[in-house]
Write a protein that binds this ligand. Structure first.
Ligand SMILES: [Zn+2]
Length: 352
């Protein structure tokens, strides 16, 4: 069956699937979701059905997907009166918090070096500008500014750790937290921060305030993957992000479908994990998706990427399909630790 070109077969089905769904569902967002859901299922079946069977199979699948959504909505309506109020609990006592914060800041400052502390306080509290500080320290304004940024990054990390009133469990925690706090992406990659956050509960928690600080990055979405609902969130997030580039509607569906496949893999076999979608500017405009999990890992990546193999071995499921949909596709896996899939779709040249 080696000659089957699943990518073109499946992509060619998109207009037809869209018509079938569109005839039954009016909300365009819901329709998009159902089209993607259908394509995911069809992709999963390309190895099991004849190429000529793909179209009828897709039509039947689209109808089923729409029908099961209606069934689910019905159930939801019946159960609605039982839904628990999940609003966050009331904020903790503000005065108490203020006291603890004060102690934590003092403690964090105490963990900086004498020189770091003096420079930071002179700048932040006394209001000395970087040029004046540079003259005093026999340095340049740029170097002082960079040092101040590093000091602030350290202070944020030490402050959060002081609030926790505990030391990190591994010697990887501080470097990871520092890389996140400073926002240095290369450094984050060097210390494999993404993976550490999946493995370390402390850093996962502390990373939230570190990453949410200031302006949220608007060229990236990060979706934690635990359950089925996260699959929908992941594909919607990636699709919305990619829609800011000049991708065709079909390309957007293709990207969302590949993201679905990866998220589904994680939920079934390797949760928890995460999907991070990011816009790329170089070497071309495009969208990169990283799917990271904490599952058992894949022993033989080459083999898992071959069609047919994955059908019978859970974890690699969806890999060949997603690979066909994207322009670039790389898998790094470590048995016992997890798998990271990095895939990219480039915006077609000539579009802006
Ligand atoms: Zn940690």
């Amino acid at each position: 069956m080696g000659g089957l070109d699943g990518e073109h077969d499946v992509a060619a089905l998109i207009p037809m699937v869209r018509r079938v769904v569109g005839a039954r569902v009016t909300d365009p967002d819901v329709a998009d979701d159902l089209v993607q859901e259908t394509l995911v299922r069809v992709l999963g079946a390309t190895q099991r059905v004849e190429p000529g069977m793909l179209e009828p199979y897709a039509i039947v699948t689209a109808r089923n997907v729409v029908a099961s959504m209606w069934k689910a909505q019905d159930r939801h309506r019946r159960n609605q009166h039982r839904v628990v109020d999940l609003r966050p609990a009331a904020a903790p006592d503000e005065n108490l918090l203020a006291g603890e914060e004060h102690v934590a800041i003092a403690e964090a400052l105490g963990r900086l070096s004498e020189r770091e502390r003096r420079t930071l306080l002179a700048h932040e509290v006394t209001g000395q500008d970087t040029r004046t500080l540079a003259d005093e320290l026999g340095s340049s304004a740029g170097a002082v500014a960079a040092q101040l940024n590093r000091s602030r990054a350290r202070l944020r990390v030490e402050y959060l750790l002081a609030l926790e009133q505990r030391e990190p469990e591994t010697d990887r925690c501080r470097p990871v937290l520092l890389a996140l706090s400073s926002g240095e992406r290369r450094r984050q990659q060097e210390v494999d921060a993404g993976r550490h956050l999946l493995e370390c509960q402390l850093c996962a928690r502390l990373s939230q305030p570190l990453l949410q600080r200031g302006h949220p990055r608007d060229d990236q979405v990060r979706i934690p993957i635990h359950s089925d609902a996260d699959i929908v969130r992941a594909r919607q997030g990636a699709r919305e992000l990619a829609a800011r580039l000049a991708f065709s509607k079909t390309d957007l569906t293709v990207i969302a479908t590949a993201v679905s496949e990866m998220a589904r893999n994680i939920v079934r076999f390797a949760a928890p994990g995460e999907i991070v979608a990011e816009l790329l500017e170089a070497p071309r405009l495009g969208v990169q998706v990283v799917a990271r999990d904490t599952g058992p890992g894949i022993l033989d990546v080459e083999q898992a990427l071959t069609d047919g193999y994955s059908t019978y071995h859970g974890l690699g499921m969806g890999l060949p399909g997603a690979r066909r949909l994207m322009d670039e596709f790389a898998v790094a896996s470590e048995v016992g630790r997890g798998t990271t899939v990095t895939m990219t779709k480039w915006q077609p040249e000539g579009r802006r």
